[in-house]
Design a protein around this ligand. Sequence first.
Ligand SMILES: [Zn+2]
Length: 351
Amino acid sequence: MKLFFSNRQLAHQPQQYMVHGKLIRAFENNDRATTLLEALAGAGLHPLEPTDHGLAPALSVHADHFIDFLQTAYAEFMKLPNAGPEVLPNIHAYVGATPSLAPRGKPRPTGIIGRSGWYVGDLSAVIMEGTWESALVSAHAAVSAADAILAGDQAAFALCRPPGHHAYVDRASGFCFVNNAAIAAERLRSRYKRVAILDFDTHHGDGTQAIFYERDDVFFGSVHTDPSAYYPHYLGYADELGAGKGAGFNLNRPLAFGSDDTAFITANHDIINAALKFGAEAMVISAGWDAHHKDPLSKLKVTTDAYARIGDLYGKLSFPMVIVQEGGYSLEAIAESARIFTQAFRAAKGV
Ligand SMILES: [Zn+2]
């Protein structure tokens, strides 16, 4: 089983993260990547450099004007008088003022503050000098993993960092800039008629859901913490079932605060069964380790053992699969969870 990662993904070194009204050190930092590399080496995986595909993969799911913004935002922001160290907008666009949440077109403002408030959804997706390089290469890791499947492998792991599942067609948020899982799914669609994306990160994959919400060729299923008092707050509810042609092809399994291994594993069973019913021919797994009870963001009581159990569950499925790294912020928890999941997955799948 191949693993894709590049040291260029370490260029993104955000310093700030707003939590409960305070700016603290960014949780989504380089230590995560180095810890995950060690953990995956423990599961027998060693990184290969992703192939450079330029902008095409990012443009396969994102608006071109948003990609332009990501490339130029830091340099423009730094021209502001008295600029801080990173792009952090002090205003956000009001979505109710626009006809729909989905692609909204280019913003009216031409200044960097108004554009940042349009394209950046919250104060966790800070953009610094190396952000674009890392986000682009992170997407290339997802494409390289999908290409390994297209070349005949049964499974591949993309160590995507920064992560991607909170990135919308035209919005960065939740530590995410480019939606790696969506890009991998689009790549797999070049061969497979029906692709499922299953997401067990403890935060709902709102960007991924929104990208495919009206489509019948990509199913999205997510197991996550109840968003009524938890990030991403505005999406991830059980009654979001898809719309238009996509009606019936979206399934959310929000878990109440304090949910344990049994609830977490059962919910994973549910989304797997829905993907089977959908007739998935290939799968992308958005893998986050932040449901773990040791994670600083977790509200659940999930243990390391649950990741072995679901690694076995996913590994027993017959589809070719791309595992895409999403969140997980306790170095201790991700070191254990990523390793044990991958070991169980490889043993069950025979890869
Ligand atoms: Zn998460």
